[in-house]
Ligand binder design. Structure first.
Ligand code: ZN
Length: 490
C-alpha cells in the first residue's frame, strides 16, 4: 500500500536519506520530540529543537489540519541532576524536616518548567498537544496509558532485559540490529561504555532501565531489587527509579501508540538516548520500527566556540530575553527565533551577536513591508514549497525578502502574502503595542538624555522602532521642556 504524500520531504537519520513524508494515518499525524530536563534554566542550545520542530508542527498542521496532528514533548522531572539541585537549594529545609526531598524536587521542577514555558512562548512556539511529565508515567495508571514499570516488565518477559545487582538492564545482545540508528561500530559503543565498567552487566553496552534508590533518594515501590535492598541493610520493600531512556518509550506509546510518524531531537541524542528508546520500544512491542522518520537538528556554538560554563559563553534563553549579558542588550524572542532559523536545522549553527543583529534588521524590514497590507493572505505556496524541502527555512526567508521588496514598491498583494507568511512562521505581526511599556521606555530614555548618555538613549529609540514605535521629540511650548510623543509606524 502506498500512503499519500503531500510534497513534504524530510531527511531521515534512520535511512540517512531524504524521503517523501507519508503519515501512517493522515487523520492523526503523530510527532514526538524529547523535552527538557527541568533542573535549571534552558540554554539556547535547548531552544533550537523547540523552534525547529515548532516549524515542522506548523507545516504538518497546514497540510493535515490543526486537529489532525498530535505533537508530544515530554518534561523530564526525574533525574539525578534534579535531586542534586533540590538538595542544593533546599538542603537546610530538608535537614530541618520542614520539607521532604520529594516536595523540594517538585518545587525545583515546577519552577523550572514554568520558566521553560515562558521562554518558549517568547520564542513564538506553539504549545505541544500533550506535555506529559515523566513522574506521572512511572507506575501503572488509572487510565491504562503505557507506564514505565509495565514496559520494563514486558521487556523482562520477552527476554530483552535482566535483573542484576538491584538494577534492571536492557540486554543489547538480545536485539540483533541494536545500533541501527547511530550506526556506531561495535568497538566504539564498547569504548564508550568502558568508561565505567560495570561487572554486573552481560555486555558493556547494556543500559539501565531501572535502578535501586536508597531510602533517602526519590523512589517508587519497586518490583525489583529486593535482594540488593536487603543486602544494603534497608528494611521493608525496595524503592527504585527509572533510567532516562525508558520514559520517552513510555510517554510516546501512551499518547502516540507503538509506532508513530516522526521522532525528533538534537543530534547529541542519537546515541545513546534515541538508540535506546528504539531498542526498548521495538522489543517491548515486537515492532520493526518505533517511528518512521527520525529527525535531528545540528549543534549550536556561541561566537565560534562550543558553549560551556567554563568558557564563559554559556547563555540561557532567559538571559538573552531579559538581561544584557549577550551583546550588552536584551533581545526580543522573535529575533532569536529568526536567527535560529536562518541556518538549516541540520547544519551546525554559530549563535553570534552579529547574527542576531542581522535577524533584527531583516525582521524590521519585513514588518515594515507587511504593515502596508490591509489584511493578511494565506501563506504563499512558494514559502510552503521551500519548507517542504526538508524545512529549508533559509530559502523560505528569501521568498519573504522578495515579497517585502515588492510590498515596499507598492504591491499590496505582496504585503498581504508577506503578512500571512510571517504569521504562519510564528512571527508576531499584530499591531498591538503595550502602552505602559512604551511610556516606561520613553521615561528611561529621557533620563539617559539628561545624563548625556546618548548611546543608551539611542539604543532605546532603536529598540522601540524595531517594535514599530516611532518617537518624536519636541518641546513643551509652555515650559520649554523636552517632551516625547510616539506613534505606531510599521
Ligand atoms: Zn527522549
Amino acid at each position: 500500500m502506498t500512503r499519500e504524500t503531500r510534497g513534504l520531504r524530510l531527511t531521515n537519520t534512520l535511512t540517512r536519506a531524504k524521503e517523501d513524508f507519508s503519515p501512517i494515518d493522515a487523520s492523526n499525524v503523530r510527532m514526538y520530540v524529547c523535552g527538557p530536563t527541568v533542573y535549571d534554566f534552558a540554554h539556547i542550545g535547548n531552544a533550537r529543537p523547540v523552534i525547529v520542530f515548532d516549524v515542522l508542527y506548523r507545516l504538518l498542521r497546514h497540510f493535515y489540519g490543526a486537529d489532525h496532528v498530535t505533537y508530544v514533548r515530554n518534561i523530564t522531572d526525574v533525574d539525578d541532576k534534579i535531586n542534586a539541585r533540590a538538595l542544593r537549594d533546599f538542603g537546610d529545609d530538608i535537614a530541618a524536616g520542614t520539607l521532604t526531598l520529594n516536595e523540594a524536587i517538585r518545587r525545583v521542577t515546577e519552577k523550572t518548567a514554568d520558566q521553560f514555558h515562558k521562554d518558549v512562548k517568547a520564542l513564538g512556539c506553539l504549545p505541544p498537544t500533550f506535555e506529559p511529565r515523566a513522574t506521572e508515567f512511572v507506575l501503572a495508571r488509572q487510565d491504562g496509558k503505557t507506564d514505565m514499570v509495565s514496559l520494563i516488565q514486558s521487556l523482562i518477559e520477552r527476554g530483552h532485559a535482566y535483573e542484576a545487582a538491584g538494577e534492571v538492564l536492557f540486554d543489547t545482545a538480545s536485539m540483533p540490529d541494536y545500533g541501527q540508528l547511530s550506526r556506531r561500530p561495535l568497538d566504539e559503543q564498547q569504548a564508550g561504555a568502558r568508561v565505567a565498567v560495570d561487572t554486573h552487566k552481560k555486555n558493556p553496552q547494556d543500559f539501565v532501565l531501572w535502578k535501586l534508590s536508597s531510602p533517602e533518594e526519590p523512589g517508587w515501590d519497586s518490583p525489583w531489587g529486593q535482594e540488593a535492598w536487603t543486602a544494603a541493610g534497608w528494611t521493608g520493600k525496595p524503592k527504585g527509579r527509572p533510567g532516562w531512556h525508558i520514559e520517552c518509550s513510555a510517554m510516546s506509546a501512551a499518547y502516540l501508540g507503538e509506532v508513530f510518524d516522526i521522532h525528533g531531537g538534537g543530534l547529541d541524542l542519537i546515541f545513546p538516548h534515541h538508540e535506546n528508546e528504539i531498542a526498548q520500544s521495538r522489543c517491548a512491542h515486537g515492532t520493526s520500527v518505533m517511528a518512521n522518520y527520525w529527525l535531528h537538528n545540528g549543534f549550536l556554538q556561541v561566537e565560534g566556540q562550543k558553549m560551556s560554563k567554563s568558557l564563559g559563553n554559556f547563555f540561557t534563553i532567559h538571559e538573552l530575553l531579559e538581561t544584557e549579558n549577550f551583546g550588552g542588550r536584551k533581545w526580543p524572542g522573535e529575533v532569536l527565533r529568526l536567527a535560529m532559523l536562518m541556518t538549516h536545522y541540520r547544519e551546525p549553527i554559530d549563535f553570534a551577536v552579529r547574527k542576531l543583529e542581522e535577524a533584527e534588521n531583516t525582521l524590521r524590514k519585513w514588518k515594515r513591508a507587511a504593515d502596508l497590507a490591509e489584511g493578511s493572505a494565506d501563506v504563499p505556496d512558494e514559502v510552503i514549497a521551500e519548507l517542504c524541502d526538508d524545512l529549508s527555512t533559509y530559502s523560505a526567508f528569501q521568498v519573504l525578502t522578495q515579497l517585502a521588496g515588492e510590498a515596499l514598491d507598492g504591491d499590496t498583494a505582496a504585503a498581504a502574502s508577506l503578512r500571512g507568511a510571517l504569521e504562519f512562521l510564528g512571527f508576531d505581526v499584530s499591531a498591538e503595542v503595550d502602552k505602559t511599556a512604551v511610556d516606561e521606555a520613553i521615561a528611561a530614555r529621557l533620563a539617559f538624555i539628561r545624563d548625556k548618555n546618548w548611546g543608551e538613549a539611542d539604543r532605546i529609540r532603536d529598540e522601540l522602532l524595531a517594535r514599530g514605535v516611532q518617537l518624536k521629540d519636541g518641546k513643551d511650548p509652555a515650559s520649554g521642556e523636552r517632551i516625547t510623543t510616539w506613534e505606531v509606524k510599521r
